[in-house]
Design a protein around this ligand. Structure first.
Ligand SMILES: Cc1cn([C@H]2C[C@H](O)[C@@H](COP(=O)(O)OP(=O)(O)OP(=O)(O)O)O2)c(=O)[nH]c1=O
Length: 195
């Protein structure tokens, strides 16, 4: 029997990614204090944030497996999280213009018996962006709930010249690695949902 996957995330993207590969899940989310996480390096940072989110909820049965994740954008030793204002988003996108940056996603998988972390990195290169390019993108309103101030899967696609690595890591989950690791936890795609 399949164990029950609990997604400890309010991110619609993470839900859609799991749905895309027919991994059935339910959402259970607590507010998590994401502040005061010490920054040693990007990998440890996203892993620590994923762990905080994963430990913020408890098990309601022995069959449950909790999945939590965190995504950040890194450019020149700076972490770019979600912008709070249009001005902040503008500055972020201007700093990324014409450059390569890294997107890190950390994932925690946790059951009553075992725990596992996955940390993945994808490099994204932006086109050189004029002030008008950035303003046009900001007008879409797509920027604000996303690390680095853009969404590669939505209007932000027009900013991106090329990527190296897993596209889904940028969207919020290194999906194929997560699916493979979930097997170890007794979670499989639901065959009846497959076309
Ligand atoms: C770079 C990039 C980020 N993002 C999103 C993924 C994440 O949802 C978000 C980063 O914020 P996170 O803190 O990782 O996640 P979240 O607050 O949306 O959800 P939760 O903490 O409840 O799990 O940025 C995109 O959707 N597209 C992109 O291209």
């Amino acid at each position: 029997m399949n164990n029950q996957l609990i997604l400890a995330s309010s991110s619609p993207r993470r839900r859609e990614l799991l749905n895309q590969v027919n991994i059935q899940h339910i959402v259970r989310k607590q507010d998590v204090d994401e502040s005061n996480v010490p920054f040693y390096n990007p990998r440890t940072y996203v892993q620590t944030l994923a762990e905080r989110k994963g430990r913020s909820i408890g098990f309601e049965s022995d069959q449950e497996v909790i999945l939590s994740a965190d995504t950040i954008v890194c450019y020149e030793d700076k972490v770019l999280e979600k912008p709070n204002t249009r001005e902040e988003a503008f500055q972020m996108l201007r700093s990324l213009s014409g450059q390569k940056h890294q997107v890190y996603t950390g994932v925690m998988l946790r059951s009553p018996e075992q725990e596992m972390f996955i940390v993945d990195r994808t490099t994204v290169e932006f086109w050189p962006l004029s002030k008008e390019d950035i303003e046009l993108y900001l007008d879409t309103g797509d920027s604000f709930d996303k690390a680095g101030g853009y969404g590669i899967q939505t209007e932000g696609a027009m900013l991106v010249k090329q990527i190296s690595g897993d596209y889904n890591t940028v969207v919020g989950l290194p999906l194929s690695r997560v699916v493979r690791s979930l097997r170890t936890f007794g979670i499989y795609p639901s065959i009846s949902e497959m076309k």
